[in-house]
Design a protein around this ligand. Structure first.
Ligand SMILES: *Cc1c(COP(=O)(O)O)cnc(C)c1O
Length: 441
């Protein structure tokens, strides 16, 4: 690719001064690093007039396109009122309104919002809060956590401890608290002839047996409802969540729904857990919360948990804080995002878009190299049959040449485009992905 001097210089300076996330920096000796000058809608533009369709919403955060005029306007307005104030001893309008509206989005069931700045911190908060709740209730032995095989909950030490992705976890294993993993209801693991639902029921049975033995030392089960994201876009039947809820109730174990990825319409409903008709004890949200604009996360919980901390003793209160807790600008971006959901009837519109992309993707789902094509709401994924050990890197690089930002997880290619994706862009995404599959090694 031809690059201008400006762009070339920026690349060099980035590689020298910026340690990029989730990256073996040495690979950038051969892999492109893309300098982005600006964004608009689904597109990112570099300095040389090239464009890239952001088919993964910049790591699953962007909902309504880059530089969305309505979110931009809300932020400009907020900027001239209040950028930030500490949330201990102080409060402000955006954080109050956001908490009330999020609570309403859970039908009032999760009426207490605790804020942080990123997804992993929300998971840390949910784990600490669950443990502390049981301690305040005189059950300090309930200190362990259960998660699903192949789950991903973030990369700080507590979140990593309940994750199960070897690449991220193995190196740091000596630093991590112990946790238990139970069978994932990922329908790809079903026996031949076994339906996704039957398999979900079988996995729930395994969870039940685990908790029968370990409930006295277990504080919570943490799950990514319906789609396990970073572990490889594994999808499961909602029946698992219904049963997990009942099993957790029977054994006095909290259910933490990590909807950092699945929240805000990604699975077709506003929250994924709605499809099971359940309410978790803790709901972790981040990523799409601000429409992909600013770092913000929240843990929402129910009254009984909140009340277990409400006391004269400071040490029975929840002992946790982040400097930027409830940042006013981030909360305002989140409010603008919620406005867009309401005013544009996004969930309804997405049903059409989802059906349209699925229909258009027939060339992909029936491609001879494609296995287990799957879709939940606005998430699509499939495995590519390849012997190329560097498949993910090569596919990423070749996709860029075809104006696509796609970042496979191992051999799993997925689409998670911003909701503003249009018909032409959908057609382009599908057609060029099919070309990439034809050309793959
Ligand atoms: C991304 C993600 C996290 C971590 O969020 P960060 O903001 O990257 O720390 C946690 N859980 C799930 C399900 C995620 O997809």
């Amino acid at each position: 690719m031809q690059t201008s001097t400006r762009s070339g210089l920026l690349l060099k300076r980035s590689l020298a001064a910026v340690w990029h996330p989730c990256t073996q920096m040495k690979q950038h000796e051969s892999l492109p690093l893309v300098p982005v000058a600006r964004g608009a809608g689904c597109w990112l533009y570099d300095f040389d007039g090239r464009r890239y369709l952001d088919a993964i919403s910049s790591w699953w955060v962007n909902l309504f396109g880059h530089c969305n005029p309505r979110i931009n306007a809300a932020l400009r307005d907020q900027l001239d009122r209040l950028e930030h104030v500490l949330l201990a001893g102080f409060s402000h309008e955006p954080v109050v309104e956001l908490s009330e509206r999020l609570a309403r989005a859970t039908g009032g069931a999760l009426g207490h919002c605790f804020y942080a700045s990123d997804g992993a911190s929300a998971v840390e908060i949910a784990l600490k809060m669950s443990f502390h709740h049981w301690r305040n209730c005189g059950r300090p032995a309930k200190s362990g956590f259960v998660s699903l095989a192949g789950s991903y909950h973030g990369e700080t030490l507590g979140a990593l401890a309940v994750s199960d992705v070897a690449l991220f976890k193995d190196t740091y294993a000596p630093l991590l608290m112990r946790s238990s993993q139970v069978m994932s209801p990922d329908w790809r693991l079903a026996e031949k002839g076994e339906s996704a639902r039957d398999y979900a029921v079988r996995c729930a049975g395994a969870l039940e047996r685990h908790l029968e033995r370990h409930h006295e030392e277990t504080a919570a089960l943490i799950v990514e409802p319906l789609v396990q994201g970073a572990g490889g876009m594994a999808m499961h039947d909602a029946e698992y969540l219904r049963r997990a809820r009942a099993i957790c109730d029977r054994h006095s174990v909290h259910l933490i729904a990590d909807e950092i990825m699945t929240g805000f319409g990604h699975t077709g409903t506003f929250f994924a857990h709605e499809q099971a008709g359940i309410t978790p004890d803790f709901l972790c949200l981040s990523k799409g919360l601000t429409g992909g604009y600013l770092p913000l996360s929240v843990v929402m919980t129910r009254d009984p948990v909140y009340r277990a901390f409400y006391d004269d003793a400071v040490s029975r209160g929840f002992l946790h804080s982040h400097s930027y807790t409830g940042n006013a600008l981030a909360c305002r971006a989140a409010l603008a995002t919620l406005d867009l959901f309401e005013q544009e009837r996004v969930l309804e519109a997405n049903r059409l878009k989802s059906a349209r992309l699925t229909a258009a993707a027939r060339a992909i789902s029936q491609h001879p190299r494609v296995r287990q094509f799957r879709n939940t709401g606005m998430v699509w994924a499939f495995e590519v049959d390849t012997r190329d050990e560097l498949f993910a890197h090569r596919f990423f690089a070749r996709a860029l040449e075809r104006e696509l930002l796609l970042r496979p997880l191992g051999n799993t290619v997925y689409f998670m485009p911003p909701y503003v994706i249009g018909e032409d862009e959908t057609a382009l995404l599908v057609a060029r992905t099919a070309e990439l599959l034809d050309a793959a090694d």
